[in-house]
Design a binder for this molecule. Structure first.
Ligand SMILES: C[S@@+](CC[C@H](N)C(=O)[O-])C[C@H]1O[C@@H](n2cnc3c(N)ncnc32)[C@H](O)[C@@H]1O
Length: 335
């Protein structure tokens, strides 16, 4: 049996286990969608239990189990702490609807087992184990963590997700088509000093994207936070556009240790000032070096970070310890 046949067999077994019917003639991608949503991809009918208004399916548990509108207590949450562990497992310990905002930079699924090194640059092609997924696993992984984020986020809470062209379409599809969340805008982060393209077979990659979504069905979303005046004031009193020219993370921000995809504080700074208010609680389930926490601290927001690699947590902790207020000396005017 080859890989594809094995994968199809696994998917059929999983569908059977969950009591989902009518899968025998489905293709692999259709089976994955059926598993993720509980909705038959061809018949478009809900085979398993009914989804109540506002409920979201947690694909990994196989059940319908929560509503994002319930306000939980924040008393026992690890406020202003970095939690070491797998974000899915950690988020499952949080109550529904406790976070005001989620800002996150997930694995992009762009790593290659055999990457091209770039000897003359401090940037190296991604070869991180945490960023390598089998063909269908990335889709399912993304469905799983997004569904858990939507559960722990308040209704109408802001959600900012980073991505490159490798993953942003998958993330957008999941938010719009599987969960019917409202997309407010897409921000293009343009890196004027992006590394050159050594293959010379394509345009030089110099952008990342940030999807800004609101945690409610697209037609019901309302009253999301957007601090228009603050953002306008930051931009010489002109409306800020959704194309942000900000250089790559400066060396001064990376002095506590290396991470292949640490974000510049200046990018996170704009998101936090635009999309949150003082004292609000921000989640980042893929914390890396804790850039979200560092900027949240600066602006008196509360935060919870989750990261599964201890070495990155150490870098984040060192950054937080050092925090002194000189974060935005990176060429942007976000001081
Ligand atoms: C793109 S990086 C985030 C970088 C971060 N924005 C920063 O500025 O440093 C993604 C991070 O997610 C972590 N990660 C990947 N899968 C994870 C999981 N299942 N649970 C928790 N952390 C995970 C990786 O170790 C990596 O540090």
């Amino acid at each position: 049996m080859n890989y594809h046949q094995m994968r199809n067999k696994e998917l059929r077994e999983e569908l059977k286990k969950r009591g989902l019917k009518g899968y025998s003639s489905l293709k692999k991608t259709q089976m994955i969608k059926y598993l993720s949503t509980g909705i038959h991809p061809v018949k478009k009918t809900q085979i398993s239990s009914k989804i109540a208004d506002g409920e979201i399916r947690d694909a990994s548990s196989g059940g319908f189990r929560y509503s994002p509108t319930i306000l939980g207590t924040t008393e026992k949450l690890p406020i202003n702490q970095i939690v070491l562990g797998d974000c899915l497992k950690v988020m499952r310990t949080f109550p529904d609807g406790v976070f005001d905002c989620c800002i996150t930079d997930p694995p992009f699924n762009m790593s290659k087992k055999k990457g091209l090194g770039w000897a003359f640059s401090s940037h190296v092609t991604m070869q991180e184990q945490w960023d390598i997924f089998a063909e269908d696993d990335y889709f399912q992984f993304t469905v799983n963590w997004i569904s858990e984020v939507l559960r722990v986020l308040k209704t109408n809470g802001n959600l900012f997700i980073f991505g490159s062209f490798h993953c942003i379409f998958t993330i957008g599809f999941i938010l719009q088509n599987l969960f019917d969340r409202r997309i407010i805008s897409q921000i293009v982060w343009y890196k004027p000093n992006a590394q050159p393209n050594i293959t010379c077979r394509m345009f030089t990659e110099s952008t990342e994207f940030i999807i800004w979504a609101v945690n409610n069905e697209s037609k019901k979303a309302k009253n999301w936070t957007f601090n228009y005046e603050i953002i306008k004031a930051m931009n010489n009193d002109k409306q800020m556009r959704n194309m942000w020219e900000i250089p790559l993370t400066k060396k001064s921000e990376r002095k506590h240790g290396k991470h292949p995809s640490q974000k510049p504080s200046a990018v996170i700074n704009r998101l936090i000032l635009a999309g949150t208010n003082e004292d609000e609680l921000i989640l980042d389930p893929f914390s890396g070096t804790g850039t979200t926490a560092v900027v949240a601290e600066q602006h008196k927001r509360k935060w919870i970070m989750i990261e599964k690699q201890e070495e990155y947590n150490q870098i984040a902790q060192n950054r937080l310890d050092e925090l002194s207020g000189s974060l935005f000396e990176d060429g942007s005017n976000d001081s």
